[in-house]
Every structure is written in C-alpha cells, then in structure tokens.
Design a protein around this ligand. Structure first.
Ligand SMILES: C[S@@+](CC[C@H](N)C(=O)[O-])C[C@H]1O[C@@H](n2cnc3c(N)ncnc32)[C@H](O)[C@@H]1O
Length: 282
C-alpha cells in the first residue's frame, strides 16, 4: 500500500509541474498577444515619411474604414525624360526608381488587415495578391490616343462594376507635381461612392497626396504614407495650400457678409464643402 501511495505522489508531482508549465505558457502567449495589440495611436490628417510596411505593422486591425491607394505598378514610370503636349503637357520628371517592382504580398496582407474596405488602383498589376471580386472600377481617361484608354482598380465591394470618366487633362487643372499623379476628381468620386463622411482613410503609397486632398474636400480624415521625402513635402504643401485657400475664401465671404449689412447667412462648413466638391466635379 505505501508503495502505491508513493507512486501516486510521484505522478501527482509530475502533473502539478506540467500544469504549471501549461499555465505559464498560456500567460506568456496572452502577454505577447496583448503586447501586439498595443498598437500605434494615429492622429487624423497625418503624413508620414517611411516605408509603409513599417507603419502598417504598427496599426491595429481594421483601424481604417477604407484603404484608397495607388501602389507602384512595377513598370518603370517613376520618371520621364520628355514633356508631352505642345502646350507644356506633362513635364519631365527625374527617375527616382520606386516603380521597378510591385509591393510584395506582406504589403497587401497588411493593407487588408488594417482596413475594412479597399480600393487599389493599378490592380491589373497585382492580381496575384488580390481575391476575386465583383466591383472593379474602370477610369476612362476620355481620349482615344496612343496612351492607354484608362486604368483599373480592385475594390473589396460586392456591388456592380463601374466605369467613371474623367478626362486625363483634369491633371493639368490640379497642377501635376508627381509622375503618376491621379486626378483629385477621381479620388473624390471614389470617396463619395465608397465611404461615408467622417470615415478614416489610409493611403500607404500617397505620392503627391491626392488622397489627402480628396479626403479634405469630402469631410473624411486620412493617414498618408510615402517613403520619398520629396513627395511627402509636396503632399503636405498641397494640403496646406488647400486649407489656406479655403480660409481665404471664408474670410472673403465673411467680409462680403459684413459689408452687406448682415443680409444672408454665412455658409456653414458642410455646405461649403459640398459646394467645393461640386465645383471640382464640374
Ligand atoms: C503610383 S505612386 C502614387 C501617386 C499618387 N496616387 C498621387 O496621386 O500622387 C506610388 C508612390 O508610392 C511610393 N512608394 C513606393 N514604395 C513605397 C513603400 N514601400 N512605402 C511607401 N511608399 C512607397 C512612391 O514613392 C510613389 O510616390
């Protein structure tokens, strides 16, 4: 009998040690999970100069309502030797090398992890990283010339495929400052149709900041990332110019109100924003 009791004691001891190891391992894994969840706090309307994968990895799951972006297509269009068009057209740009390859799978995994929905321009170059979806977009550039008639975007939406037409000369109106800049009107259209006012939008390949401009015009907030300091400077400047221009517009309006002896009411910011969006879409 004492031998049996001794045996049970040994087994009980092993079991207790094993149980301890299980508890400690679970506690350690929970701690690691909690550490991973302690992600970066992001201020709305921020520009960050960095390789976007470094920033994306610090962001909480589904922090953003929409990822609206235009990654490198891997076709060497990060510069151009000549300007086009007899009246200036597109200017020449120094080659900077960022369009030599497409982002790898990790970027797409992260973009899908941090956002609820996605609109990704140039998607015909990234099909190996994208799921099959119903709602692709076709931007018709409005002219049938030597260059391509349009561009394609993947979206995560299960709605009808759409064609949207904005003439490529829209860019001249915007003032092109980046070799592969998208028209503001096109991104405004995307936001008005595939997001809501107040939504938080991320663009991990923001270039000249077209997403930031479109967000401001439609009442969305944004995080814009680009690894090129020069482009981030341009993006910040475009955004600052837009705000300064709106402030000036507001001041002029207030001045006009004051000199008309209080006739009429000052436009609120929502109506100004709508007016601005409509103006841009004309
Ligand atoms: C197609 S352009 C975006 C143009 C933008 N839609 C616009 O309207 O100006 C792609 C941008 O991605 C940036 N880029 C490339 N690789 C990157 C990376 N790993 N992290 C962050 N930005 C990157 C490039 O510097 C370039 O400005």
């Amino acid at each position: 009998m004492p031998a049996v009791g001794y045996g049970v004691g040994i087994i009980g001891g092993h079991f207790a040690r094993l149980w301890n190891v299980v508890c400690n391992t679970t506690a350690f894994l929970n701690y690691r999970r909690a550490e991973r969840q302690k992600k970066m706090q992001i201020e709305p309307n921020t520009f960050i100069c960095a390789d976007s994968i470094e920033v994306l990895r610090e962001i909480k799951d589904k922090e953003f309502d929409l990822c609206l972006t235009d990654p490198p297509y891997g076709i060497g269009r990060d510069g151009s030797r000549f300007s086009t068009g007899s009246h200036g057209g597109r200017k020449p740009y120094e080659f900077r090398g960022w369009d030599s390859s497409i982002p790898d799978a990790a970027y797409f995994d992260e973009m899908f992890r941090v956002s609820t929905n996605q609109i990704i321009w140039g998607a015909n170059y990234f099909t190996r990283h994208l799921p099959a979806k119903m709602c692709w977009l076709f931007w018709d550039k409005g002219q049938r010339i030597r260059n391509s008639d349009g561009e394609l975007a993947f979206t995560s939406f299960d709605t009808a495929l759409r064609v949207v037409e904005y003439n490529r000369v829209e860019l001249l109106k915007d003032g092109a400052v980046h070799p592969t800049q998208k028209p503001v009107a096109l991104f405004v259209w995307c936001l008005l149709n595939y997001s809501k006012p107040g939504d938080f939008i991320i663009d991990p390949f923001c270039g000249s900041g077209t997403t930031a401009i479109a967000c401001h015009k439609t009442g969305r907030t944004f995080l814009c990332i680009d690894k090129d300091e020069e482009y981030i400077k341009i993006a910040r400047q475009r955004y600052a110019d837009l705000i300064a221009q709106q402030d000036l517009f507001r001041q002029n309006e207030d001045g006009a109100q004051n000199t008309s002896e209080g006739r009429g009411t000052a436009p609120n910011s929502a109506s100004m924003q709508n007016a601005q969006v409509e103006l841009d879409l004309l």
